[in-house]
Design a protein around this ligand. Structure first.
Ligand SMILES: [Zn+2]
Length: 177
């Protein structure tokens, strides 16, 4: 979803989308690696200077994840406010970066438009946790009646632990308590 920057009206431009918008679903998939179950954005693109643009608004997404410890299916979600700055022009030189001290979180764009797909992917990537486990904030089990402990699957329940198996690292695993 590209927003043309030249001729952006003084009030900026608002783009809203939901799970039925292909560009949005693809942008979210780029960041989380799977197709989302739900997503919604409201983004407002404003000019903040001659070549500087600000994107504010909100993004939310929820998706089906797998616990990184017990491999149960989970429902995970992220949502929050967006405030990302973009500077248009050629890539900054070191001198520019010194001048822009404090503005190092600015994204650089080239060309006549800002791609909101990139903005959405970037924002979700910034929020993404390194791993997802039962009991994490904004995480719930897909089967809410399953109250079993979140532990590594027992080896006798899993596939045979052959050498070179993807599960062979589990063969030497011992509980830490
Ligand atoms: Zn778990």
């Amino acid at each position: 979803m590209k927003v043309v920057l030249d001729g952006l009206p003084p009030e900026g431009r608002v783009v809203e989308g939901g799970i039925d918008e292909l560009w949005l679903v693809e942008a979210v998939r780029q960041a989380i690696g799977v197709k989302p179950r739900g997503t919604a954005v409201k983004l407002h693109v404003n000019r903040e200077g001659s070549e500087r643009f600000c994107v504010t608004g909100s993004v939310s997404v929820d998706w089906k994840a797998t616990c990184d410890r017990c491999v149960r299916l989970l429902r995970s979600s992220l949502e929050g406010p967006v405030r990302l700055m973009y500077q248009r022009g050629s890539l900054p030189t070191e001198e520019d970066l010194e001048l822009a001290e404090g503005d190092l979180d600015i994204g650089w764009i080239q060309g006549g438009s800002l791609d909101l797909s990139d903005v959405v992917s970037e924002q979700i990537a910034l929020w993404m946790p390194d791993r997802i486990r039962c009991g994490d904030a904004r995480v719930s089990r897909l089967d809410p009646s399953d109250t079993g402990p979140c532990v590594l699957p027992k080896q006798q329940d899993g596939p045979p632990l052959k050498r070179n198996s993807a599960f062979s690292a589990l063969a030497n695993w011992k509980p830490s308590h």
